[in-house]
Design a protein around this ligand. Structure first.
Ligand SMILES: [Cu+2]
Length: 153
């Protein structure tokens, strides 16, 4: 014989889980959505062991190499305007890397043969403010020095 209380408990739990699932699905969909008109596009290409940044609007690309002895980058950093909505298109040239700006909650894999897209809003901080970029996927000998900076202009 079915206890009515057990049926009620089960239905309440099913209703709660269905609500959480529906909310999560909608939230995930919106997290993955890209802005229709971002302020800036940047192509990010992971190489062993440096980042290449390309700005299609200016038709320019450069390699950003990190020097751990001086904690600085040569070749250029990733530049962005405070408050801008930046869409990055990320891929890998050789092995899997992961483009990560920990302070901004940006993390997206750089996978050879595939382009991943992500958009984020640059903080409205003072020009010159720097945010560390670090590869977070072990990609070989010098993975630990595969860094760069996002610099506000
Ligand atoms: Cu790496």
């Amino acid at each position: 014989m079915v206890n009515k209380l057990e049926v009620a408990w089960t239905l309440i739990v099913v209703a709660l889980l269905a609500g959480v699932a529906a909310y999560s699905t909608v939230l995930l969909y919106h997290l993955d959505s890209l802005p229709s008109n971002p302020s800036e596009y940047v192509e990010v290409i992971g190489h062993q062991w440096y980042w290449e940044f390309c700005y299609p609007a200016n038709d320019t690309c450069f390699n950003s190499s990190y020097d751990p002895t001086t904690n600085s980058v040569s070749g250029g950093a990733l530049w962005a305007t405070p408050g801008a909505v930046v869409q990055i298109n990320v891929t890998g040239a050789d092995v899997i890397h992961s483009f990560n700006i920990p302070q901004l909650g940006v993390r997206i894999d750089a996978i050879p043969g595939r382009t991943n897209h992500f958009a984020f809003t640059v903080p409205s901080a003072a020009p010159g403010t720097q945010y560390l970029i670090q590869c977070t996927e072990f990609c070989g000998t010098f993975h630990g020095t595969m860094r760069s900076f996002l610099v506000l202009t």
